[in-house]
Write a protein of this length. Structure first.
Length: 175
C-alpha cells in the first residue's frame, strides 16, 4: 500500500518538465535556428548579387544609348572622374548625365530612376574605354559584398573575380 501511495503522489506532482527535457528542447531550437539563419543569409546574398546584375544590365543599356546619342560615355569630357578604381562617389556624375540633360544630342533620360549604389551600399563604377586594359570595351561594375575591388584588370562579365559583379557596355547598342 505504501508503494501505491508513493507512485500516486509522484504521478500527481509530475506536472512540469524536468530541467534535462527543457535543455534538450532549447538545444534543438537553437540548432534549427542556426541552420535557418545560415540558409537565409545565403539566399539574401544571392538575391543581392542578382539585383546587382540586373542593375548593371540596366546601367549598361542606358550608357550604351547615351553613347549612341552623344558619341561618348557619360559624363561628357575626355577626363572621366567617375572612372575610378575603387568605386567612389564620383559615380554620381555618370548617373546625373543619364537622368539630366547635359547638353546637345542628349535624348534622355536614359534611366527611369537613379542607380547610385549597389545592394551592399557601395557605389558602382566603370572603365571608360581604356584601350591599355580592355580594348574598346567599357565595363560597369560593383565591388560586391566586401566592397573591395578584386577584378582589375580582368573585368569581363564572366570573369569578375571574388564577389565583384561586372557587365560589358557596348558602344554599338548590341548587348
Amino acid at each position: 500500500m505504501a508503494k501505491l501511495l508513493t507512485a500516486t503522489r509522484f504521478a500527481k506532482n509530475r506536472r512540469s518538465f524536468t530541467l534535462v527535457e527543457l535543455l534538450v528542447v532549447v538545444a534543438i531550437i537553437a540548432i534549427l535556428s542556426g541552420i535557418g539563419a545560415l540558409t537565409f543569409t545565403g539566399v539574401q546574398d544571392k538575391a543581392k548579387r542578382s539585383r546587382a546584375a540586373a542593375d548593371l544590365d540596366t546601367l549598361a543599356k542606358a550608357m550604351s544609348s547615351y553613347f549612341i546619342d552623344v558619341g561618348e560615355m557619360p559624363p561628357r569630357g575626355d577626363s572621366c572622374p567617375a572612372c575610378s578604381w575603387p568605386c567612389n562617389s564620383s559615380w554620381e556624375l555618370v548617373i546625373n548625365a543619364l537622368v539630366n540633360n547635359d547638353g546637345s544630342s542628349w535624348n534622355g533620360p536614359y534611366l527611369d530612376s537613379r542607380i547610385d549604389r549597389d545592394p551592399w551600399g557601395n557605389y558602382y563604377c566603370y572603365d571608360d574605354n581604356t584601350p591599355s586594359c580592355c580594348g574598346e570595351q567599357t565595363f560597369v561594375c560593383s565591388m560586391g559584398k566586401n566592397g573591395v575591388w578584386e577584378s582589375f584588370p580582368n573585368r569581363t562579365g564572366s570573369g569578375a573575380l571574388g564577389d565583384d559583379v561586372c557587365k560589358i557596355v557596348t558602344n554599338d547598342g548590341v548587348y
